[in-house]
Design a protein around this ligand. Sequence first.
Ligand code: HEM
Length: 404
Amino acid sequence: MTNAAETALREVPVLDIDPYAIEVLRDPYSFHEALREAGPIAFIKPHGVYAVGRHAEAKVVLSDYARFTNAAGIGLQDIRKPGDFRIPSRLLEVDPPDHTKIRTVVTRILSPLVIRKWKEGFERKAESLVDQLLEQREFDGVEDCAERFVLEAFPASVGVRLPRTETLAIGAMRFNQSGPKNALFEKAMAQAQPYLAWFEESVSRRGVLPDSLAEMLFKAEDAGDLDEGVASNVVRSFVGGGTDSTIAGISFTLHQLAKNPEQWQRVRSDPAKVKAAFEEGIRHETPFQVTYRATVAETELSGIRLDGGIKVGVFLGAANRDPRKFENADRYDVDRPALAGNHVALGSGVHACIGQMIARLESEALIGALARKVATLELTAPATYRPINQMRMLDKLPVRIQAA
Ligand code: HEM
């Protein structure tokens, strides 16, 4: 940077709010607004990191890997530092060109042709679950519906065995571990401890199911297309990336459809709106609230000077409600135009979600079956949230349904 260019740059605004305080995790929306209004980027004083909450800057930080690296990990801590080291994801926590090599092989395995074959199975599972729920009439939309469906449909397709208790404990560990070392982190680590060895085994060559996607990854390793150790690491990223996120996304969608009966009727009367219902569900209440990059060297963003080697939190949930991008951003609206490419709930740039087709297929099967078979969907009590450092997740969603 030249001296003249440097002096033209502004200093970063400082925000003294802790995004990981329990009350903010339960209701992050006023923090999101403060972050967006502080400027295009802010310095979060309690954690010594930068953060962006506006949609335009979120897209830049997610896409410009030459200036904003993934190699420091996608959590708050810099995993390159000895005290914070953990094994990185070989897909998500590496930059091109290494990332490109692995992503190309995984994309070939995860081809639309392979995934479309799962469609019928997802639809059968969804129909049968909705029939059971219609008999129950009142149930928890998280545990009895979203969670049950995803845990039945997703792991079997990937080729891993995922019993509920173990899977939820590992998921809670993963999404608390990537935040600060607070009480949520300590509790989640302790609860997951008994299942760590089991999880290692489940994502290993010995543990995965035959004729599955996971087995194809190990075969790619045998063929020399992937380096040794990458297949198991990628299976772990699939399980981590695809389980809690899809449960959260489907739960948010059900929550909004139960709260907004006119939206539910729009989805029922027009099957094309099933897709939009989920897409708007994950825009409106983004499952992965925040992901991190780190500045490679001193740089600038939207005219603000940034130091090198500092983490940058990309608050996806804030960007997805940025009024500069979305009109009436706080409103859930299945008629919002061109949703899919516009929100950042599934990321953006080279690391954009590789499993998005799977998440869409699952949600369309379940919400589609509900739309065909259920006339009314209503809340019987207010929904509650489960505080998790790096994720937004409903805890309970008490609902009542009536057959069409
Ligand atoms: C509603 C459901 C889902 C949401 C909200 C979601 C969200 C995301 C986001 C935001 C990213 C980018 C993270 C970043 O750039 O730091 C991502 C990447 C990823 N997701 Fe998903 N995801 C979902 C479902 C899935 C599923 C079903 C899978 C299963 C294969 C999956 C596997 C992955 C993997 C492996 C990556 C890393 C890709 C890469 O680095 O190239 N996700 N996801």
